[in-house]
Design a protein. Structure first.
Length: 104
């Protein structure tokens, strides 16, 4: 009787794993097809406001350096050819290829 119970538990676990792995794969595919998905090294445009209450938005070219769950670290060029890293909200970034497609 013990052998039957062990076999039944192993069979249920195998069936569970067979169902779970495809569902994980689908969530990964939807993440990469998301238009707001960013990669390290990707060129982006930072929509910068000098003050929160300002209506003037500056479009600054940048490159993604690091990714976290809530923010993205970008590298921005200064006037004297030095670079500065800034943590920004991903909603404040645009993909340049997406901008070119919408203009055309």
């Amino acid at each position: 009787m013990k052998l039957f119970q062990i076999t039944l538990v192993v069979l249920v676990l195998l069936i569970n794993l067979a169902v779970v792995f495809p569902s994980w794969a689908e969530s990964t595919l939807s993440l990469t097809s998301n238009p707001s998905y960013f990669e390290v090294g990707q060129k982006v445009i930072w929509l910068y406001k000098s003050r929160a209450d300002s209506s003037d938005v500056q479009r600054i070219p940048a490159e993604i350096v690091k990714l976290s769950s809530k923010q993205v670290q970008i590298k921005v060029s200064k006037h004297n050819n030095e670079f500065v890293n800034r943590w920004v909200n991903p909603n404040k970034l645009e993909n340049p290829s997406k901008v070119k497609q919408s203009v055309l």
